[in-house]
Design a binder for this molecule. Sequence first.
Ligand code: PNS
Length: 159
Amino acid sequence: MTKLAIYPGSFDPITNGHLDVIKRALKIFDKVVVAVGENPNKKYLFTVKERKDMLGNVTKGLNVEVDHFSGLLIDYAKKKKANAIVRGLRAVSDFDYEFQTALMNRKLDSRIETIFIMTRGMYSYLSASIVKEAASLGANLNGMVPDYVEEKLKKKFKH
Ligand code: PNS
């Protein structure tokens, strides 16, 4: 039986930290569905289509499906018949929110586990937000995001 994980997130845009979590999740699961969330309370730099395009480009060759969802993550995970939800953890500061969300998701459906993958130390400072701030100010993003994403960020900020 294929073991399937959903890796949900905003991915606005995908960073090398996200990509590392995807690759490591693929050591545990046969396939990972990277699902772009649409949180109406968040303002995004990239459209869902642009975020999916970047995800598709940088996960080429991996057993990854790129998709998007709206509404409850747990409903989407059930619809996809997922075995687990994967989230990355960078630091203690991520923990409260992730713990609360995982417990809420378990309350909504206890059959789907949430699995946390610790970030590699070298990516622990990385977030899509800090990357966008650095990109907006013309910083060199080498090692932070895949080249394709760096190009898209440069275009957005017209550097
Ligand atoms: O990259 P992010 O911003 O941390 O991703 C957050 C996302 C989209 C994964 C999260 O907001 C989410 O799952 N939204 C769907 C609504 C939901 O199911 N919330 C949790 C239970 S109420």
